[in-house]
Every structure is written in structure tokens, then in C-alpha cells.
Design a binder for this molecule. Structure first.
Ligand code: NAP
Length: 309
């Protein structure tokens, strides 16, 4: 079994982006600008937002954090997005989700200029992913494919099982794998026999957010395992049950640990696996940096969408 080491590849990608940002700054006297908008104070979202903000800053990307109170009205959020769309210094806009319940997530995501939509969740951009015409992809699915490609994992003709059907991970990834000629099964909470589906897989991508739901007995020997699931645990007994020993060490040091959806005892049956943490998490951030750079490069080509003024 080999480790799909997202930490190392993500660092290489970030370094590459950083060098390109420096070069472009010297050439154009401009710096790529990313604005992350967060509504409310959900602690997990706060961690993700600060991680993205810090990563961008380290690469010389101008990063702004825009924090709105949890009770911000829909019209206020939409108006802030319209301002960002008009702001020429902003190349990339990201709205951290989940949003508070009173906000209509699709209405908010629809408001982002598709040419500044760095997460690629605008329906025009998701449509391009579905139809195989995208040049940029949602960050987590992009990170999964980049990591697999980097290690030469064959996708053509394989049976891939994606557990989770969110528009953030499962659905776009299923489309991307299909476009790469994998035969894809998408599983969710109504799937009748998850174990039977997973057992057929050459590649399992777990993105359910349910720690340990994929157990070793569900894995075909030699399968490739990609774990997107990220759940913070703060009970030692849970960590003992669900995490490898290094996470127990982390728990004793920090008071929490991170569990994936694939139980770590399944790793030894795989040909390749992503660790949690250190797999898809850092890849997602690296892809966000790369997408920001690409949107900056594409400035001159903005507003090319048919039907948009
Ligand atoms: P989400 O919107 O909650 O979607 C979860 C999906 O998993 C749903 O489609 C759900 O099915 C399915 N599911 C839940 N429990 C299941 C079960 N027992 N059996 C089969 N399917 C099940 O979550 P998400 O935003 O896609 O994120 C999924 C996980 O990935 C979370 O742990 C999240 O933290 C993590 N994540 C990590 C990164 C990263 O950078 N590493 C990025 C994004 C997300 P239904 O549709 O039927 O409800």
C-alpha cells in the first residue's frame, strides 16, 4: 500500500503558485485578490476560513476576510457580493458554506460573478463541469483528481464509488470521474446496500462526513481509498475507536483529533490511500490558491458568459 501524500503535493503546488504570483506582480504590478465572505461565527467554518486566508497571504495573494454577523439579511449579503463583483481589485470571491439557515444558499451562490467564482459552485460553472467543458473545477474534487494523477492512478475504465452526493464534493467529482472514463456509482443515505456497492470499487471516494462508515470488510483488496471526510472528535473513546495511534497522540496534546469516513484499518487492504489528516484537506487549499491565480490570469477574458452583461 502506498500513501497518497496530499501534504507534500499541496506544498509543491503552493510553492509553484507563490513563484508565479511573484513573477506576475513584477510583470503587471498587480497582485491577485481573493475575498472570503463568511456569515456568522460557526467555529469549524472559522478554522477553514482562517486557513485559506493565511495560505493566500503566504503566497503574496491579497486576501480579505469579510465577516458578516449571523443575522445578516439576504439582501445585505447579496449587496456585498454585488460590490465585490464590481471591485476590480477582487479577482476571486468565495462564500464559506454552510450559511445560516435563514439564507438561501443557491440565491447567494448565484449572485457571485461566475468569472470570480473561485469555488466554481455557480450553476454556470457546475454546468461546465457536468458537460466536460470546464477549465477550472471545484477545489476538493480538483484536489482528489490531482493527487490521483500525480501518483499515476489509472481512472480509465475503473469502477469508482463515490459516497456522498453534495454539490461541493460528490456530484462534481462523479461528473469529473465520468469524464475521465471511470464507471461511477454515487452512494448516499438512501443507498440500499452501501457495503455491496463499495466492495465492487477499484476506487472508493468517501465524502459523507460520517467517521468510520467505510470499514475494512467493505474494501476489495488492492482498491484505492480517498477519504474526503473530516470530522473533529473531542471524546477520547471516539478517537480510540475511530483513529490511528497518531491521532490519539494529537488528542492528548490538543484535546481533539480528526477522523475520516474510511476506518484506518482498511488502509492495509488498499493499493493507495489518503491519510486523514494530510490527504485531501491540504489539496483543497492548494487548489483554491491555484484557482485564484487562474482567475487573476483570466481577468482580461472576464464577462464572456453568453447572456451576461
Ligand atoms: P454534506 O453536504 O453533508 O453531504 C454528505 C453526503 O454524504 C450526502 O450526500 C449524504 O447523503 C451522504 N451520507 C451521509 N451519511 C451517509 C451514510 N451513512 N451512508 C451513505 N451516504 C451518506 O457534506 P459535504 O459538504 O459533501 O462534506 C462531506 C465531508 O467531507 C465532511 O466531512 C466535510 O467536512 C468533508 N469535506 C472536506 C473537505 C476537505 O478539504 N478535506 C472539503 C469539503 C468537505 P444524502 O444526500 O442522502 O443526505
Amino acid at each position: 500500500m502506498g500513501v497518497l501524500d496530499g501534504q507534500t503535493l499541496a506544498r509543491q503546488i503552493r510553492e509553484q503558485v507563490g513563484r508565479e504570483v511573484t513573477r506576475l506582480r513584477e510583470e503587471t504590478n498587480r497582485t491577485p485578490g481573493l475575498t472570503v465572505l463568511m456569515v456568522g461565527d460557526d467555529p469549524a467554518s472559522g478554522i477553514y476560513v482562517r486557513t485559506k486566508h493565511k495560505a493566500a497571504g503566504k503566497l503574496g495573494i491579497r486576501s480579505d476576510l469579510l465577516l458578516l454577523p449571523a443575522n445578516a439579511s439576504q439582501s445585505r449579503v447579496l449587496e456585498r457580493l454585488r460590490q465585490l463583483n464590481r471591485d476590480d481589485g477582487v479577482d476571486a470571491v468565495l462564500v464559506q458554506i454552510p450559511l445560516p439557515n435563514h439564507l438561501d444558499t443557491w440565491a447567494v451562490l448565484d449572485e457571485i460573478d461566475p468569472c470570480k467564482d473561485v469555488d466554481r459552485f455557480h450553476p454556470l460553472n457546475l454546468g461546465r463541469v457536468m458537460t466536460g467543458r470546464a477549465d477550472l473545477f471545484p477545489c476538493t474534487p480538483a484536489g482528489v483528481l490531482r493527487l490521483l494523477d500525480h501518483h499515476g492512478v489509472e481512472l480509465n475504465g475503473i469502477n469508482a464509488v463515490v459516497v456522498g452526493r453534495s454539490f461541493i464534493v460528490g456530484k462534481p467529482l462523479a461528473a469529473m470521474l465520468t469524464n475521465r472514463h471511470a464507471t461511477v456509482t454515487v452512494c448516499h443515505t438512501r443507498t440500499r446496500d452501501l457495503a455491496a456497492r463499495v466492495r465492487e470499487a477499484d476506487l472508493v471516494v468517501a465524502a459523507a462526513g460520517k467517521p468510520g462508515i467505510i470499514s475494512a470488510d467493505m474494501i476489495r483488496s488492492g482498491a484505492v481509498l480517498v477519504d474526503v471526510g473530516t470530522t473533529y472528535l473531542d471524546e477520547r473513546s471516539e478517537v480510540e475507536k475511530l483513529c490511528p495511534p497518531d491521532q490519539l497522540t494529537r488528542f492528548d496534546r490538543k484535546g481533539n483529533a480528526i477522523a475520516g469516513d474510511i476506518h484506518w484499518t482498511a488502509w492495509e487492504k488498499s493499493s493507495w490511500y489518503t491519510p486523514v489528516p494530510g490527504g485531501i484537506g491540504p489539496m483543497t487549499v492548494a487548489m483554491l490558491m491555484e484557482n485564484t491565480l487562474e482567475l487573476f490570469r483570466a481577468r482580461g477574458r472576464r464577462l464572456q458568459w453568453p447572456g451576461m452583461s
